[in-house]
Every structure is written in structure tokens, then in C-alpha cells.
Design a protein around this ligand. Structure first.
Ligand SMILES: Cc1ncc(COP(=O)(O)O)c(C=O)c1O
Length: 385
């Protein structure tokens, strides 16, 4: 994979800090036990490793008690766990129109199978965030069980006003599920202070951990029926333990992955989340300029302070998948193209027919990487098919 420029950090971050692979190898070579099962030292050490990862996530995301950090495979698992474990037939949900399919599809399945009622909530335009006043109106119409919001849209890049959304929902007795797949590790999060009831995070994007890690942060004293039941706790008992986190964590842990996740978070803390954010914003500003210089169509807000470190765009005359292939072929630039698993965001941006190409930066991208992108986009502009 020489001579490539990786600009697909919103799909999964790469490269990872060197300590991530080292921590995973160290766990495999020196420990390798199964946490929460046997009582020998290897199993206890594995349990401690997982606890340290839990503490690291809690501290970074502004969660007071580490036991409210529930580990699963990824954000998709966490979103499905909340939707399937909370909602009941006839409940009403207000869902962000830009939702990822890991929210949209489980909601639609419950609509089809269990009479869930869904009202979609869109921003005033693709360049603006969701408006909490409009949420207030929607909530006044009928009792609502859950409001879902994608904290940073993986297509438009918009950062949504999560604290205000929680305050508005709570005034009407509704709970909030925030999809923080694109924001955890990238933006400073204060989940407890903002009153977020459920937040899904993934380990392999902004948190710089390996794929196969992620989970759910759950607010204090919130009921959630487990979607999966397995071992753990008293083997004679008919049901899984009722205490968090074990109540929602079925099966053997991905301890090796969690060792890597903790190392990713440790690196973020060492560098400083604010310093990393400042750098990514500078690069995002340049991404927007590159799109403008090519007279391309930019999706989402223009101001880098209002968006995550990703920019989706379309070049006139180019189909998005074709353009992404050309960027890689001509200059080795790796981006993502298509509808990005979030068709609703393309409804908002009016790009359902064409999708978009998305360039997204991580902490290891440089100004030079973006100049390669600028040359690749300019070349594509000259060679419109
Ligand atoms: C906004 C958003 N939500 C959810 C997901 C799903 O994350 P994961 O693949 O870790 O389950 C993604 C991944 O691309 C995403 O961008």
C-alpha cells in the first residue's frame, strides 16, 4: 500500500498510534486470559485490563461511573441494543433524518413488526444543524419515548447541538439516544453533564482503537432489556446478572481489542484532545477550500467549527464512485463514495441520485496529504468524463 494517501478516517481511522498494536500484542503474548470466568491470575489480569479500558472511555467521554460503559462489538451493536431493548409496540420515536442505517434500519424493522411510530426530524437545510425549537414542537404534539440524533453526520459532517436536544427532550419526558460514532475521540464529549441517556460509540474511528471494539454509555438508572443472554454471574440463575455492565455484556470479551482501545485513548490524552481537534479543524478548512477551488458541490456546513473532520463533495460531470476510483488511480488518494449508509442525509442534501465522495482526516494526516488531494481533484476537473 505504498504511495497512498489515506483520507477515509470516518470509515475507520488509519494509521493507529504505535502503542495500539503493541498493547494488543502484549495482551496476547503475556496475558490472554478470559475475564469474568475463571479465578486464576490470568483471568483476573484480563478483567483488570477491561476495567482500565472502561475507566479510560468513561474519563474521555465525561461519564462519572465506569460501570455505565458497556462494551460490545461496535456502535451498530449499541444502537441496536437500545432500540431493541427499550422500545415497545406503539411507542413513538422522533428520529434524526440523517441517521445512519444502524439506527434507521432497526427503527424501520420495529415499525414493520411492532407498530413503532416514527417521525423524522430534519435540519432547516443541509448547511445547518437540527433546530431544537422544532423538536420542541414535534414533542408537544404527542408523548414520545425516544429521540435519536446522529451527533456528527457521517455525510454532512454537521455537529448537532446535543446538550440542547437532551434538555428539550427531557422537558417532554422523552429519552435521547445519541449516535456518537463520529464524535467520540474527535470532539470533547460531556455525556453526563449534557444529560445524554444513551450514547453509542465505536472504538475504531476517533478513539483510534482496533475494529471490533465499541459500545454503549447508559445514563444512571435507565432500564434496558438485554438483546443477548449468555454466561456470567451465578450459573444456576435463570437470567443474566442485573447489574451493569454485566447485564448487557454477553459472551467472552474482546480483551485484546480493548487493550488496543485503551492505548488509543491514552495516546489521545497524551497529545491533548483540544490540540488534535485544532489541527483537524485546520485540515478540514483546507478540505473545504479544495472543494471550492474545484467549483465542486460541498455538502453540509462550510465553517470547520460547525463540522467534524470530514467533507463530502461532488464534482460536476462525475459519478461519485467513478470519481473516488479516479482519485485513487491517478494520485493514490483513498476516499469513500456512494450513499455512506445514510440515505436520509442524502435526502436532506438533495443528493440521493448521485451520493457523494467523502474525504475525512485523522490525526496523522498532513498538509502535504491534502495537497495531493488538491492535485487529484484538479486533474479530475480537467478530465471530466
Ligand atoms: C454515524 C455513524 N453511525 C454508526 C456507524 C456504525 O459504526 P460501526 O461500524 O462501528 O458499527 C457509523 C460507521 O460508519 C457511522 O458513521
Amino acid at each position: 500500500m505504498k504511495d497512498t494517501v489515506y483520507l477515509d478516517n470516518s470509515a475507520t481511522s488509519w494509521p493507529k498510534p504505535p502503542g495500539v498494536a503493541r498493547a494488543m500484542a502484549a495482551f496476547m503474548e503475556e496475558c490472554g486470559g478470559s475475564a469474568g470466568r475463571s479465578s486464576h491470575r490470568r483471568a483476573i489480569e484480563a478483567g483488570l485490563e477491561i476495567y482500565r479500558a472502561r475507566e479510560a472511555v468513561a474519563e474521555l467521554l465525561g461519564v462519572e461511573k465506569p460501570n455505565r460503559v458497556i462494551f460490545g462489538h461496535n456502535a451498530t451493536w449499541a444502537l441496536n441494543q437500545v432500540i431493541g431493548g427499550l422500545l415497545r409496540p406503539g411507542d413513538r420515536v422522533i428520529a434524526d433524518r440523517s441517521s445512519h442505517n444502524s439506527v434507521r434500519r432497526p427503527l424501520l424493522a420495529l415499525k414493520r413488526d411492532a407498530g413503532l411510530r416514527i417521525d423524522w426530524w430534519a435540519p432547516p437545510s443541509a448547511a445547518e444543524p437540527l433546530d431544537p425549537a422544532e423538536l420542541d414542537d414535534l414533542l408537544s404534539k404527542e408523548p414520545t419515548r425516544l429521540v435519536t440524533v446522529c451527533h456528527i453526520s457521517n455525510v454532512l459532517g454537521t455537529i448537532e447541538p446535543l446538550a440542547e436536544i437532551c434538555a428539550t427532550a427531557h422537558r417532554h419526558g422523552a429519552l435521547v439516544l445519541a449516535d456518537c460514532a463520529q464524535s467520540a475521540g474527535s470532539l470533547p464529549l460531556e455525556l453526563d453533564a449534557w444529560g445524554v441517556d444513551f450514547a453509542a460509540f465505536t472504538g475504531h474511528k476517533g478513539l483510534l482503537g482496533p475494529q471490533g471494539t465499541g459500545g454503549l454509555v447508559i445514563g444512571p438508572d435507565l432500564p434496558l432489556e438485554p438483546l443477548m443472554r449468555g454466561g456470567g454471574g451465578d450459573s444456576r440463575a435463570e437470567d443474566v446478572p442485573s447489574e451493569l455492565p454485566e447485564a448487557l455484556e454477553a459472551g467472552t470479551y474482546n480483551a485484546v481489542g480493548l487493550a488496543g482501545l485503551r492505548a488509543g485513548i491514552a495516546w489521545i490524552r497524551e497529545q491533548g484532545l483540544d490540540a488534535l481537534l485544532k489541527r483537524k479543524r485546520r485540515l478540514t478548512r483546507r478540505l473545504c477550500e479544495i472543494v471550492d477551488e474545484a467549483d465542486a458541490e460541498l455538502l453540509g456546513p462550510r465553517d470547520p467549527a460547525l463540522r467534524g473532520a470530514l467533507v463530502s463533495f461532488n464534482l460536476p460531470g462525475w459519478e461519485a464512485n467513478q470519481l473516488a476510483a479516479a482519485l485513487e488511480e491517478s494520485h493514490g488518494v483513498q476516499t469513500r463514495s456512494g450513499l455512506h449508509c445514510a440515505p436520509g442525509a442524502h435526502h436532506v442534501a438533495l443528493t440521493m441520485d448521485r451520493g457523494a465522495v467523502r474525504a475525512s482526516v485523522g490525526p496523522f494526516n498532513t498538509e502535504e496529504d491534502l495537497e495531493v488531494l488538491a492535485r487529484a481533484v484538479a486533474a479530475a476537473r480537467r478530465e471530466t468524463p
